[in-house]
Design a protein around this ligand. Structure first.
Ligand SMILES: Nc1ncnc2c1ncn2[C@@H]1O[C@H](COP(=O)(O)OP(=O)(O)OP(=O)(O)O)[C@@H](O)[C@H]1O
Length: 797
């Protein structure tokens, strides 16, 4: 309907509108995007409202609207049913239609009611402006009190904000409503990737390829430009309205899908949704996640609320799109297309669906007849808007991908030889990325996060469990994520650690989505939590306070290593990673180091005197685990047999002889007694703190060291170390209060002797190979000599 209106009138109005637009543009550009709302600038106050559709992990986990008061319209998703979710926007459009005399089926009373409501709103708006104005006056009069930035809907949010602390954001000219969110998030300054991407994405309207280290704020680097442009667009249309009284086509496009963000994992999609919701809190844009593992019907209901921004995983998105879900197939209005963790997207398991989604996007500037066909169905958005769709492609490891590395080096020039279909470059181009895209690569040579300290422990395969237990119990401070490559390994260590009394949560792809989210939520809620995860948790998960990442098994690629390690040392924090390296891993590890251009790696400092006690406990735990595993396997087998028999209506007969039954019974009893004994023994060991066999001269360690004693010992260590400054290597004393020292702290306190120079290592390896070759040659020569001598002797005879 809206397009019918504008189509008829457009030719006459174009000139006037473009003049009005240019005046408006000038005015908007001249606006100081300072969050101090003055009467003149405060055109947004009436838009401020709470986004009722709050998501978050738990909301989505349960996703039962009634439990979480989501207020999702159950039937048609019509605006009337949305309740409080988007009332203001909806009313504005109704009014617009009325002004254009095009409103259908609206009675006079309805129109009067709308007018009445609009008047009330204006009154409210004026009240708020007065209040803000008063604040501005206070400020102008030199009142030192910081301005309280409040949400338009409630006065409870009275956190006072000292805007001067946020001056670093000024140059980015973000919308006041976005600045309000930034104050609430307490992000004092933009991160470098945000600084680089916001001008290009938000003000120059460019496509952006962004590469920056893990945890560097990439989500807002694409999220803020999207919100900024949507806000500007809305504001412009709102301002235009009273002047020409005509319905703006972009305003009419609200309620259509404007931004589609695709992430490789469900958890990441939910997290990005949460992050964007926080940023969009005051702008009233709706952000909805569409991910697998949750009921499609419920997600379809979420889509009926017609969110402007959808964040999803390729599988579920494609499932709904190919099923013709209305909101998702109306892509003519899409102005932003984002590939987060783009390099992961082109890997197996994601690519097919993603390609199908990309192929559904209108072709932008390469618009074809086919597109114009589609646009006939599009009621509201002009082809100009379609051509302006922005594409954002982000990842921390994009620069590690061979084809993109080339592109990043070349700048925005187009690739000449790009035959590979499943490359990020091809995918971006198919998604409509323009040749003048801004390419922003802030990754350093090693790609790894700056504040990340890396280390390794070289050990035998059978000792890995022991070292893992050692780190978790001797240095059990802060959150830790232990990464495994296989689910079998994950099950093995989580079972052992639980027997050893270490509380762990697990996360892997075979878990139900609900359980996956619960595990993350619980891990997030525990200051010293331990999460054992496969690589589903490697990308994007943003959990504050993760201090240590342990690679129990090395990942298959350098990219995954970067992302795993990037779960720590995020935002402005530091952290460390520890890789457990067995002899089988050495070549893989060397290749990893090579891809990060790393010269030296640090050995994690171990206090070996703990190991006898560690191994004693571990041996008991392994025996207990074996018995419990066997028992549960037997039970599962029995249950399966019984169930199958029941299904087939058969009666199971016990064919065992009396003697066999007695023996079985005896065996069970003995196993049970053995289990009790082992458990008792382990319990008694666990009741005592883990103690080193002997106190080393260099390390003072032990459980239960009080903070006071810890301080005194540290002071002593400092004194001792400064007295022996000449011979630091031998005499340096480190104080370890068990459970008080984070792995990072232990790593930093360790002397330079733990540094392993990889060049030296490679040289040594070369020397050894050379030595072996020489030995082999000598042996061969000797053998040859002996053979000749033997022949000679035989000839003489
Ligand atoms: N300007 C900022 N100042 C402080 N913290 C910020 C800022 N921007 C984002 N953050 C915080 O930094 C953390 C990491 O952000 P984000 O998840 O966007 O990183 P990322 O670069 O996408 O990481 P990854 O590559 O691992 O996905 C988040 O907790 C986010 O809230």
């Amino acid at each position: 309907m809206a397009s019918q209106i504008s189509d008829k009138k457009r030719p006459k109005k174009t000139k006037k509108r473009s003049r009005v637009e240019s005046v408006e543009f000038e005015r908007i550009n001249s606006l100081n995007w300072n969050p101090t709302l003055t009467e003149k600038d405060d055109a947004f106050s009436f838009l401020i409202g709470s986004n009722e559709l709050e998501g978050g992990f738990l909301c989505l986990e349960e996703i039962d609207e009634s439990e979480y008061n989501l207020g999702i319209a159950k039937s048609t998703g019509g605006s009337e049913e949305k309740g409080k979710t988007k009332p203001k926007k909806q009313k504005v459009y109704t009014k617009n239609e009325e002004l254009n005399g095009e409103a259908k089926g609206e009675s006079k009373e309805e129109i009067e009611e709308v007018e009445k409501e609009t008047k009330q709103k204006k009154k409210k708006k004026k009240k708020k402006k007065d209040r803000i104005n008063k604040d501005a006056v206070n400020e102008a009069e030199g009142n030192e009190e910081s301005l309280a930035v409040t949400d338009g809907n409630d006065d409870q949010e009275q956190d006072s904000v000292d805007e001067t602390e946020y001056y670093a954001w000024n140059e980015l000219r973000l919308h006041p409503l976005l600045m309000k969110s930034i104050y609430a998030l307490k992000f004092k300054e933009p991160t470098p990737i945000q600084k680089a991407c916001i001008p290009a994405g938000a003000h120059q309207g460019k496509d952006v390829v962004g590469a920056a280290e893990t945890g560097s704020g990439k989500t807002l680097a694409f999220g803020l430009p999207i919100l900024q442009r949507l806000l500007e667009e809305r504001e412009k249309a709102e301002r235009q309205l009273p002047e020409n009284g005509e319905l703006d086509e972009k305003v009419a496009s609200a309620g259509l899908l404007r931004a589609l963000i695709i992430t490789p994992t469900r958890e990441l999609a939910l997290q990005v949704t949460d992050h964007l919701k926080e940023a969009a809190k005051h702008s009233n844009f709706r952000v909805v996640p569409i991910v697998g593992g949750m009921s499609s019907e419920k997600q379809e209901r979420l889509l009926k609320t017609r969110p402007e921004i959808v964040v999803g995983t390729p599988g579920r998105l494609w499932e709904l799109m190919s099923g013709g879900e209305t909101h998702l197939v109306e892509l003519h209005s899409l102005s932003f297309f984002v590939l987060d963790e783009a390099d992961r997207m082109i890997e197996n398991g994601h690519f097919h669906e993603l390609q199908s989604i990309v192929d559904m996007l209108p072709m932008g500037s390469k618009s074809t007849d086919d597109d114009s066909q589609k646009s006939q169905n599009s009621e509201t958005v002009s082809s100009v808007q379609r051509k302006k769709r922005q594409t954002f492609v982000f990842s921390a490891t994009i620069a590690l991908s061979a084809d993109f590395r080339k592109k990043l080096k070349r700048g925005s020039q187009k690739s000449k030889a790009n035959d590979e279909l499943n490359s990020i470059e091809t995918l971006s181009e198919r998604a409509g990325m323009r040749a003048d895209a801004a390419i922003i690569d802030l990754t350093n040579a090693s790609i790894l996060a700056n504040k990340l300290e890396e280390s390794f422990i070289d050990c035998r395969e059978e000792d890995k469990d022991g070292y893992l237990y050692y780190i978790l119990s001797v240095h059990g401070q802060g959150r830790t994520i232990v990464f495994c490559t296989s689910i079998a390994a994950l099950r093995h260590i989580s079972s052992l650690l639980r027997i050893l009394g270490v509380n762990v949560w697990t996360l892997h792809a075979q878990m139900q989505q609900r359980a996956r989210l619960k595990a993350i939520e619980r891990f997030r809620g525990h200051e010293h939590g331990i999460l054992i995860a496969t690589d589903v948790a490697a990308r994007g998960l943003d959990i504050p306070g993760v201090r240590t990442v342990i690679h129990y098994q090395l990942p298959h690629s350098a990219e995954v290593y970067v992302h795993r390690s990037g779960r720590t040392a995020r935002a402005h924090s530091d952290g460390c990673s520890i890789a457990l390296i067995t002899p089988n891993d050495t070549s893989k590890f060397a290749a990893l180091c090579k891809s990060f251009s790393k010269d030296d790696f640090q050995r994690f400092p171990l206090e070996m005197s703990y190991m006898p006690e560690v191994m004693k406990r571990l041996s008991l735990a392994r025996q207990i685990d074996k018995i419990l595993r066997k028992d549960s396997q037997d039970k599962a087998k029995k249950n399966w047999l019984e169930r199958s028999a029941e299904l087939m209506e058969l009666v199971l007969e016990d064919n065992d002889s009396e003697e066999e039954r007695v023996n079985n019974h005896k065996r069970k009893k003995a196993t049970s007694a053995q289990l009790t004994n082992l458990q008792e023994e382990l319990k008694s060991l666990l009741s005592r703190p883990l103690q080193p066999k002997t106190f080393s001269k260099r390390y003072l360690a032990g459980a239960g060291v009080s903070p006071l004693l810890q301080n005194q010992l540290e002071e002593l260590a400092r004194l001792k170390n400064s007295n022996n400054s000449g011979d630091v290597k031998r005499k340096k004393m480190i104080v370890i209060g068990q459970d008080c020292v984070e792995p990072l702290q232990a790593l930093r306190s360790a002397g330079p002797e733990t540094k392993l120079n990889l060049k030296d290592m490679a040289e040594k390896r070369r020397d050894i190979t050379e030595l072996r070759r020489k030995r082999k040659e000598t042996k061969k020569r000797l053998r040859e000599q002996r053979r000749k001598q033997k022949k000679k002797l035989q000839g003489k005879e």
